[in-house]
Design a protein around this ligand. Structure first.
Ligand code: DAH
Length: 335
């Protein structure tokens, strides 16, 4: 009886050892390993159960089973420990690998914005004039008749008003047709000497086509000081146009008419073999100076204004002004 019980327990311990070793070998996580340990060595574990059967043994056989049980326990414990450290270092290894930076991998494409050709043009123009000592000034796009026309020596019945088809607002104000209005606003609040460059949006009731837009941009120039002459205007514009179009640029001044300048001129540049009109300018009319309380006997000045789109179109050889506003990336990516 006791011999059967003895070999029965020995067989159970043997089975526990072999099954346990296999299970430990194939355990794939630390959690699984802990489950196995509790299953073998816990209070209700398999080892306790087997040893619970020792009561059926002859007292003389007990030490033998006890010794085998200890061997099984030590063997399984050793396997558990070995497996634990193997799993732990595998986890560390996996973490290291997942965190490695492979500098040979292709970079992630990050779309990058760029400066719109119009803003690029405005920035260039402002940079040049700031370099010449000018200050950037701005004014409102919704204007009164006074700032857009009247103070610029253009009274209501003046024929020059027809040159600029105006958007009138129901309240009698208007959308400024040019940035010349900024001249008046600035002079009202500053004393000479003045040197300003004023970029901004302007509006005209033009039929939209390849060279006309209802909304476009101008840059205005104004310099007021004692003793300024037409020569200063010419020198300033030549310097500016050369910085934009290139060193050996041919420039010509043609007599013209604007209500707020006297004398007035239009400036053409020779670009790719053709004369192109690029800006209007002149000596500030004494009436304009009087209007803002400047003494025309003491101060003289010059002014100029030009369209930014036109400059950009000439420089970048853009054939249709509508492309500039279309927000088509295929177009914009060229700049
Ligand atoms: N304001 C004019 C226009 O929009 C351009 C212009 C001409 C501005 C002569 C000036 C100037 O300051 O002196 O057509």
């Amino acid at each position: 009886m006791s011999t059967t019980a003895l070999s029965d327990l020995e067989a159970q311990l043997d089975t526990l050892l072999h099954e346990g070793q296999q299970a430990i070998t194939s355990a794939d996580s630390l959690e699984r390993l802990e489950e196995l340990r509790v299953g073998y060595f816990g209070k209700k574990g398999q080892l306790s159960k087997i040893l619970g059967g020792m009561g059926r043994l002859d007292a003389a056989d007990r030490p033998r089973i006890g010794a085998i049980a200890n061997q099984v326990k030590d063997a399984l414990q050793g396997d558990l420990d070995a497996k634990r450290s193997a799993l732990e270092s595998a986890a560390i290894q996996a973490q290291l690998e997942s965190e490695t930076l492979d500098v040979t991998m292709p970079a992630v494409f990050r779309p990058q914005g760029r400066i719109h050709p119009l803003n690029g043009m405005i920035d260039r123009v402002l940079d040049i004039f700031v370099g010449l000592g000018y200050t950037v000034a701005t004014g409102p796009e919704m204007e009164s008749d006074y700032y857009n026309f009247e103070a610029l020596n253009t009274p209501p019945d003046h024929p020059a008003r027809d040159m600029q088809d105006t958007f009138y607002l129901p309240d009698g104000n208007l959308l400024r047709t040019h940035t010349s209005s900024v001249q008046i606003r600035y002079m009202e609040n500053h004393k000479p000497p003045i040197r300003i460059v004023a970029p901004g949006r302007v509006y005209r009731r033009d039929t939209v086509d390849a060279t006309h837009a209802a909304v476009f941009h101008q840059v205005e120039l104004l310099a007021i000081d004692e003793g300024l002459t037409f020569n200063d205007l010419k020198g300033t514009l030549k310097e500016f146009l050369r910085q934009i179009f290139g060193e050996d640029l041919e420039i010509r001044f043609r007599a013209s008419y604007f209500p707020f300048t006297e004398p007035s001129a239009e400036v053409d540049v020779k670009w790719k073999g053709k004369w192109l009109e690029v800006l209007g300018c002149g000596m500030v009319d004494p009436n304009v100076l009087k209007q803002v309380g400047y003494d025309p006997e003491k101060y003289t000045g010059f002014a100029a204004g030009f369209g930014v789109e036109r400059f950009a179109m000439v420089l970048h050889q853009i054939d249709d002004i509508r492309r500039v506003y279309a927000s088509d990336l295929r177009f914009l990516r060229q700049f």
